[in-house]
Design a protein around this ligand. Structure first.
Ligand code: UD1
Ligand code: UDP
Length: 407
């Protein structure tokens, strides 16, 4: 294991010398992968003398992905455009695998970079392996220990680790998980999480550009009947949800809980950008569609979402990425899942696991709403996922390492 700070970097630099252009292909397909890979892609682009870089999007997501690549100004070289309405895991896996075969043949990269735990990531890693191309895995080593929770992400990330040569772990804990699976410690690099790089880029962009902030509030204004100002000046609750293991009964419980909270707190707003998955849209719109203080809106573009995250009272979510972002803003998060692969956020105090049991979601939310002492004990800004230098660390490793020795 190499912790990528000063001394180790110098050691790396001495060990390896680089005299050739390294061909790197970054592959991703969903909204969170795009957000977390964007800082890495931008950092790679800063070294045109060392890297020939290309970006391949599978477009496992379409609209939600396009929103992100537009914000970060990423122009993909390959767009596999695989998304189908209500796709299942077989659809995604087979379409990604087959279409990436051609991309790899065309570009013949020295390294494929993938991110996290989606089916795009694991299938891209498998495709690279079939071509005997080494894989670099960003956000490596997260584990719940339960292959059905989150489903199928826990298995996706385990498969990806088995196919990976360079593991970029966000935290010491993630690194330990890999070591326990007998991954060579020399191939693990602790870098922090690139989600923080993206978050800092985004919040700096907004805070330094009044025109951009006005544009964001103008866009948000259109989404709410009485405008966004009345929402921003109140204690509003931000909600997201999309996990496959929560489909069906889980989502019904989640919606029932939100309904009960919205009735109990008629003066508070509940803002819910609803994921485009039909398995989410169905129950959410049918169970929550008629509540005056529950605002069901389309998925927000990244900057407006971050703008609301920074200003909300607390978050109800089953999202992975939001568990990592919210501690930076000191926003309490109730995670509507039975397990988390992000124990650092729980240890930091901002994140609490509440599962999908209606009563538990309601009781924990009431506690946050009514007990200010309790609220304050959770609302502590702390950042267990790094200080926004993860992409730089990853690229420094890629600069220094001799790719010819990777196989
Ligand atoms: C996927 C990932 C999940 C990740 C999540 C982030 C897998 C198996 N799942 O789940 O790990 O946490 O993305 O959000 O890799 N849809 C659209 N437009 C979009 C996006 C989705 O219409 O831009 C609809 C389509 O009907 C699509 C469906 O949502 O078929 C499901 O998308 P999919 O990527 O399979 O699942 P997610 O729940 O988004
Ligand atoms: N996000 C967004 N718009 C939204 C909801 C979330 O841009 O309406 C961002 C959020 O800031 C985070 C990421 O999307 O960075 C999380 O994506 P998601 O919850 O879909 O996936 P997960 O992180 O659970 O894999």
């Amino acid at each position: 294991m190499l912790i990528t700070t000063g001394f180790n970097f110098i050691r790396l630099a001495r060990l390896y010398s680089i005299t050739y252009m390294k061909k790197i292909l970054s592959i991703f397909g969903t909204r969170p992968e795009a957000i977390k890979m964007a800082p890495v892609i931008k950092e790679l682009e800063r070294h045109p003398d060392s890297f020939e870089t290309r970006v391949c999007i599978t477009a496992q997501h379409r609209e939600m992905l396009d929103q992100v690549i537009a914000i970060f100004n990423i122009t993909p070289h390959y767009d596999l455009n695989i998304m189908q309405p209500n796709q299942d895991l077989f659809d995604i896996s087979s379409r990604v695998l087959l279409k990436i075969r051609e991309v790899l043949k065309d570009f013949q990269p020295d390294l494929v970079l993938v991110h996290g735990d989606t089916t795009t990531s694991s299938m891209a890693a498998l495709a690279a392996f079939y071509h005997q191309i080494p894989v670099g895995h960003v956000e490596a080593g997260l584990r719940t220990g339960n292959i059905y929770s989150p489903f199928p992400e826990e298995m996706n990330r385990k498969m990806t680790s088995a196919l990976t040569t360079l593991h970029f772990s966000p935290t010491q804990n993630a690194c330990q998980n890999l070591i326990l699976e007998n991954i060579n410690p020399k191939r693990i690099f602790i870098t922090g999480n690139t989600v923080i790089d993206a978050l800092l880029i985004a919040s700096k962009k907004i805070s330094q550009d009044k025109e951009l902030e006005n544009k964001i509030t103008f866009e948000l204004d259109k989404l709410f009947k009485d405008g966004v100002q009345s929402i921003l000046s109140s204690n509003f609750i931000l909600i997201t949800g999309h996990r496959r293991e929560n489909f069906g009964a889980g989502f019904v419980q989640i919606c029932e809980a939100i309904k009960e909270l919205a009735c109990k707190y008629p003066n508070n707003h509940f803002i819910y950008p609803v994921h485009l998955n039909p398995n989410v849209q169905g129950p959410v719109y049918s169970l929550l569609g008629n509540m005056a203080n529950v605002h069901l809106i389309s998925p927000l573009s990244y900057l407006p979402f971050i703008y609301l995250l920074e200003r909300c009272y607390f978050v109800l979510t089953d999202s992975g990425g939001i568990q990592e972002e919210a501690p930076s803003f000191g926003k309490p998060v109730l995670v509507m899942r039975e397990t988390t692969e992000r124990p650092e956020a729980v240890d930091a105090g901002t994140v609490r696991l509440v599962g999908t049991d209606k009563t538990k979601i309601v009781l924990e939310s009431i506690r946050l709403m009514d007990d200010s002492k309790y609220y304050n004990s959770l609302a502590t800004a702390h950042n267990p996922y790094g200080e926004g230098k993860a992409a730089e660390r990853i690229v420094t490793v890629l600069l220094q390492i001799n790719f010819k020795e990777l196989k």
